[in-house]
Structures are given as structure tokens and as C-alpha cells.
Ligand binder design. Structure first.
Ligand code: SF4
Ligand code: SF4
Length: 327
């Protein structure tokens, strides 16, 4: 929950609010209008099985290991003061519980990553202040002005760091920078209410209208998600925020014509203030990151939906009078 002192903070005080980001990507063109700077905030409660950014799921700074880049120089093994790294059957293994106890969540650089010259072992996440983030964002103001672009908060789920999101979006708005945020509708309504006045564009995920499936494929309650999406559409209308619904199309989860029709019906019935839908086909990018985090990827056999199917789904929604967007 965003604290009162943050809501009442002066612009100078807001500059010191800090958050954890995994990446700041410049010149992004698929996450809102124009050329944008995209910030990936760490922390997400959903853990969707198809997530392509698993390094943003945990809300803390952690160490990540890309085995294919490792040249077995043993620098990391020797640098770890806690003995967390060892060989087992010639394979380098890490005792993550030791890392969690001693390093994860701390913001200084982890000893094991400092001299890894191939960057096989690296830190995922960095604590930065609003002032530092804004300095990076403002490097591209001329591009935003020329293209109608701006800044987009992504993740992870930005609402898991609602104070940082609020302070950064407000700072950007007060400096006339266009703002957007991507959310899975898992934040608190009170926080959304504070943030929406500083948002020009809001992308909300609607994964399914079936709460049972929602619960099977994510760790979030589908009923809660649908209720929040409805409330967000009301707020978007009130605060003149352009709201787009994003539907990740995942084979076996929500990719039948009936699924898409039900999503269309829900939107028409419950989302007054929305502008249109963007359908996002499942893709395989990000699979490799699971191994680097020591996680299991469950959808290895899944293939992306064909273009024909995606066109079919777009037509179903268009026939229902729903606008389709593609950023
Ligand atoms: S320092 Fe990097 S390259 Fe060397 S063994 Fe460790 S992970 Fe591999
Ligand atoms: S994260 Fe910390 S405990 Fe884990 S291997 Fe690196 S230095 Fe050791």
C-alpha cells in the first residue's frame, strides 16, 4: 500500500524513493505509443506458466547463472565467502538456500559475480532511485516528443512496487513525459486509484474468464483478477487513461474460439472505459532463463499459435464490435 508520506511527498522527496529493476530498455516500440523507455520492475505474484521474464518474479535482487557462458575458471567458486558453489559430477552447482540466506535481497554486488568475465554469473536486479531512473528516462525526451512516446513500467508486476511506480510516474508526468504501465490486475485498488491520475496509457492483462483455469496456470485468483479489471476500466474512464486489454493467447489455456468469445463478452459487459484489445501470441523466448534461475519450465512442448488462428481470433472480436490494436 502506498504510504501517506509518499503520496504527500514533495518532488524533491520523491526523487529518493527507490525500487528494484532488472533492466531499463531504451527505444522500445511495442509497449505503448511512439518510442519508449521500458523499465522492468522486479516482483510478481502470478508466476504464469508461460512467463518470459522469470527473472522478474522474485521481488529481491538475486544471482543468476547462464551455464552455456561458463568457462569453468572457478573464480566465482573461490570468491564466494559462504561456500555455496561446488562441483558435483563435474557440474558446477550452487546451494541456493545458502545464497538466499547470505546474499539474495542485498543490494551490493554479489562476490561471486564480480570477477566473472564471461558474465555467466550475474546479478538480476538493481536498486535505483526515482532520480536515477528519471535521469535515464530523460535522455530520450527528444525521441518522445518526435514520436508521441514516453516511459512504460513493466515487469514483473509494477504494482508490487507501488510506491516506486507512483513516485516515478508522478515525476514523469510533472515533467510532461507520456506514461504507460503494464499490469496483471493484481495490485490493490487503493494503489491503482492513486496511480491512474498519472497514467496516460494502461495495459491490463486479461488471461481468461475461467477462474479454475486461471488458478491452474497462474498463482492468482481469476475472480479477483476479473473484479479488478472491471474496477480499472471505471477508473480509466474517470481519469482519462487509455486502457487496453492484453490477452496472451496460450494454446491449451485460452485459445479456443469459445474462450476468445467469452473474453470479448466479459469486456463488452464489464469494461466501459477500455479502448481496445491486443492479442499476444504465446512465444518461446525466455525459456532458457528458467534454467539459469534453477527453475523448471513446464511448457517445453508447447508451440505458438499459428498466424491463421490469431487472425481468426481477431475476426471474432472485431465481429463483436471490439477494436484490435497491435503495438
Ligand atoms: S567465474 Fe563465471 S565463467 Fe568462471 S566458473 Fe564462475 S560462472 Fe563460470
Ligand atoms: S550469491 Fe552469495 S552465497 Fe551465492 S554463490 Fe554468490 S556469493 Fe556465494
Amino acid at each position: 500500500m502506498i504510504r501517506k508520506e509518499i503520496l504527500n511527498a514533495s518532488p524533491e522527496q520523491m526523487e529518493n524513493v527507490s525500487g528494484i529493476v532488472t533492466e531499463i530498455e531504451r527505444y522500445a516500440i511495442h509497449d505503448g505509443p511512439g518510442i519508449r523507455t521500458l523499465l522492468f520492475l522486479k516482483g510478481c505474484p502470478l508466476r504464469c506458466k508461460w512467463c518470459c521474464n522469470p527473472e522478474t518474479q522474485q521481488g529481491y535482487v538475486e544471482m543468476i547463472f547462464f551455464e552455456e557462458k561458463c568457462i569453468k575458471c572457478d573464480r566465482c567458486l573461490n570468491a564466494c565467502p559462504y561456500g555455496a558453489i561446488a562441483y558435483s559430477d563435474e557440474k558446477m552447482v550452487v546451494n541456493k538456500s545458502v545464497c538466499k540466506k547470505n546474499c539474495f535481497g542485498r543490494t551490493q554486488h554479489f562476490p561471486c559475480t564480480i570477477n566473472c568475465y564471461t558474465k555467466a554469473r550475474r546479478v538480476a536486479g538493481e536498486l535505483i532511485t526515482v532520480s536515477q531512473a528519471f535521469m535515464e528516462i530523460s535522455r530520450d525526451i527528444s525521441f518522445y516528443e518526435a514520436t508521441g512516446g514516453g516511459v512504460t513500467l513493466s515487469g514483473g508486476e509494477p504494482m508490487m512496487q507501488a510506491e516506486f511506480a507512483y513516485a516515478l510516474l508522478r515525476t514523469c508526468k510533472e515533467n510532461w513525459i507520456n506514461t504507460a504501465m503494464e499490469t496483471s490486475a493484481s495490485g490493490s485498488l487503493k494503489d491503482y486509484k492513486e496511480i491512474l491520475p498519472y497514467l496516460d496509457v494502461l495495459f491490463v492483462d486479461l488471461k481468461s474468464t475461467n477462474p479454475t483455469l486461471y488458478a491452474e496456470w497462474t498463482q492468482y485468483n481469476g475472480n479477483d483478477a476479473l473484479a479488478v479489471i472491471h474496477e480499472l476500466s471505471e477508473m480509466a474512464e474517470k481519469y482519462i487513461t487509455q486502457m487496453y486489454i492484453r490477452v496472451p493467447v496460450i494454446p491449451g489455456f485460452n485459445d479456443t474460439q469459445q474462450d476468445i468469445r467469452e473474453i470479448g463478452c466479459f469486456i463488452k459487459e464489464k469494461c466501459r472505459g477500455f479502448k481496445g484489445i491486443e492479442l499476444l501470441p504465446y512465444h518461446k523466448l525466455g525459456r532458457g532463463k528458467y534454467k539459469s534461475l534453477g527453475l523448471h519450465y513446464e511448457l517445453n512442448k508447447l508451440e505458438p499459435p499459428s498466424e491463421e488462428h490469431m487472425d481468426e481470433y481477431s475476426k471474432i472480436l472485431l465481429n463483436m464490435g471490439i477494436s484490435i490494436y497491435k503495438f
